[in-house]
Design a protein around this ligand. Sequence first.
Ligand code: NI
Length: 265
Amino acid sequence: MTGLHRKDRNMIIDTHAHYDDGQFDADRDELLSRMQEAGIGLIVNAGSTTDSWNRIRELTERYPFVYGAIGVHPDETGALDEEQFSRMGQMLDMEKIVAVGEIGLDYYWDKENHDMQKKWFIRQLELARSKEMPVIIHSREAAADTMDIMREHAAGMRAVIHCYSYSAEMAREYVKMGYYIGIGGVVTFKNARKLKEVVQEIPLDSIVLETDCPYLAPEPYRGKRNSSLYLPRVAEKIAELKGVSVEEVTAQTERNARDLYGLAG
Ligand code: NI
């Protein structure tokens, strides 16, 4: 039975989704039941609010191909306290929870509470280190502070800079630090010149695919509700930008995602 563990085809891994979001309430089951057939092999559902954690655990229990991350998004850190933080530590020990996230800094929406964001970003990084878990980083209009904190508190850790929105130069810096760069629907947008340059400049073995669904649907679905079913559009765009086959993009990003989250394959 040598074929028992052989993989018949490459699968797409969505390294960042939010199926716990209310936008999926009406058809979550129906939608997720179509994933495997469409070649979406694994999905990692990222945590955003403290309220999202139980919903994420339920999703990982219900669907064999859904894994979870537990964390608090920078905009939501106002809801964090020591009690929630210790609850977070317990939930990270559960089966199928593979990362801490999403965590980071967001100065676009939140112009005031930078110190609070930094404090909880660092606390969550340290929690991930203590549990030897990878981290999912959200960073928006906070390039310098994020880089400083990653250098100081996340050296040697596994990490993905999710929904990457900064320069190619900074992406190369993150790649040098051993981190992955999360690429999603934005790369298909006409005006995403900077992100296209990022994809061309960094090696394919540093890229992971992600949706951030229900947000950021790729062309031609821009503005609509996103789902992992649209990820092939992102893989195709990356293949085009790098001048390689879609199969190569799918195979390499699958390996990258498995390495990032420690998923056997
Ligand atoms: Ni997200």
